[in-house]
Design a protein around this ligand. Structure first.
Ligand code: ATP
Ligand code: MG
Length: 416
């Protein structure tokens, strides 16, 4: 990627309109563009990161046998009337359609996946299975001031599972829990992510949220300090805490520390809440019919992009972990013309890296000051910044800065 060719530009001014750290940094770096409150477009650098997050999630869903589908964004009003959520889901966008008809613009997909599965599943032999998608959701959020962390349009991974009985659902729930732990590990968020007990509805005592501790998080969680001593990150959410559940469900201890956090994911045992109204049943060995217990498992893919920004950024800009970065290496030649040795060596390094399959950005802009180029590299946040200048060429060749640690070393260009 040649920065001179990129149609987006960076901006050094803080976004006066941006009310959150993630919106400010992502906008200034040209990763996203706000169309209107809560609605964002993803630009070349931002889309690379979003796709990488998506792929981490996809790989871990496939690893537990999840079958990927892509469901519609519109749905018939009748499906939402059937479950009582046409009027019961506050954030549901209702869209006028031809004639007198109205559509739902899907904020979640239980109303779509349940009738869909009913077409294919009849017998216990067809169960269990899980189907998931990575898809745009729409919610009429009353407040949308946390950048990509609370959109009116956002990307979610939603998995739905179908079982013969509660025990099978319980087992699968733990399998998904394990897959989510791997996802948070791969996103570099493990140390900050708490498995948080939340209210469960009528089919199980609890649901669980994966809450990432962040100073500007919208949620409050109560971290179990006793669990923490045993090396486990467990919390209960504010709703549960205020309802008087002041014991850690895993240790029984009553010591908590309140933290601000952002909910990155949520897993839930739905039981037969949706299979009953849609009459989704299976037939057992003896020919008896039962409603199908279901689970649902969401991850906020676009919210995660904001979470990673806020969890890792420093005063100079974003700091991407290697597997999410827009590029592995950001090369900054300090040169006046294309004939300068520093420029030529920088381009040669860029080409060598690309040929070797390493992603790289080269700042080949001549009209931008050195200071501005270095500031942009810090703002964009690739893990490695490589500066090649007449001075570095006189020494070992290149100055390499590790963006995460800030450590600067001189290295031979051939070693990069
Ligand atoms: P919240 O409590 O933050 O409003 P929720 O409990 O309504 O979220 P779920 O329905 O559980 O959210 O959705 C699954 C995941 O989708 C959430 O864990 C979150 O990561 C993400 N998500 C939900 N709402 C939004 C939104 N408005 N913008 C971005 N991501 C969202
Ligand atoms: Mg939730």
């Amino acid at each position: 990627m040649y920065l001179s060719q990129l149609f987006t530009k960076t901006s050094k001014d803080s976004q006066s309109e941006a009310s959150s750290i993630n919106a400010d940094l992502l906008t200034r770096a040209g990763f996203i563009h706000k169309t209107m409150a809560g609605v964002y477009s993803y630009l070349p650098l931002g889309l690379v990161v979003l796709r990488k997050i998506e792929n981490v999630v996809r790989e871990e869903m496939n690893a537990i046998g999840g079958q990927e589908i892509l469901m519609s964004s519109f749905s018939p009003k009748q499906s939402w009337v059937t479950t009582g959520r046409w009027d019961g889901f506050d954030a549901l966008f209702k869209v006028p359609a031809a004639g007198d008809a109205e559509y739902g613009l899907n904020p979640t997909h239980e109303e779509i996946v349940t009738p869909l599965v009913k077409n294919f599943v009849q017998s216990y032999k067809d169960l269990p299975f899980g189907a998931y998608q990575i898809q745009t959701k729409f919610r009429n959020e009353p407040r949308a001031k946390s950048g990509v962390m609370r959109g009116r349009e956002f990307l979610m991974k939603d998995l739905y599972s179908f079982h013969v009985d509660q025990e099978d659902l319980d087992d699968y729930y733990e399998v998904v829990h394990g897959a989510y732990d791997k996802i948070f590990e791969r996103l570099g968020l493990s140390d900050k992510t708490y498995y948080t007990y939340a209210s469960g509805g009528s089919f199980s005592e609890f649901s669980h949220e994966f809450q990432v501790v962040l100073p500007q998080g919208e949620d409050s969680i109560f971290v179990s300090t006793e669990a923490e001593k045993k090396g486990k990150r467990i919390a209960i959410n504010k709703e549960i805490y205020e309802a008087g559940a002041t014991e850690c469900p895993e240790t029984g201890a009553k010591d908590f520390r309140e933290e601000s956090a952002s909910e990155a994911a949520n897993i839930f045992k739905l039981g037969t809440k949706f299979s009953e109204p849609f009459d989704l049943q299976y037939t057992d060995v003896e020919g008896k019919q039962y409603p199908i217990p279901m689970g649902c498992y969401g991850i906020g893919v676009s919210r995660l992009m904001g979470i990673v920004v806020e969890a890792l950024a420093d005063d100079d800009g974003m700091r991407w972990p290697e597997n999410l970065a827009p590029a592995a290496v950001h090369i900054v030649p300090i040169a006046k013309t294309e004939d300068d040795d520093a420029y030529k060596q920088a381009v040669a390094l860029y080409k060598k890296l690309i040929n070797a399959g390493t992603s790289a950005i080269i700042d080949d802009r001549f009209k931008v000051s050195v200071g501005a180029k270095l500031a942009d590299a810090d703002l964009i946040g690739c893990p490695k910044r490589v500066v090649i200048s007449p001075k570095t060429l006189d020494a070992e060749g290149a100055e390499v800065k590790d963006r995460m640690t800030g450590e600067v070393t001189m290295q031979a260009i051939s070693s990069l």
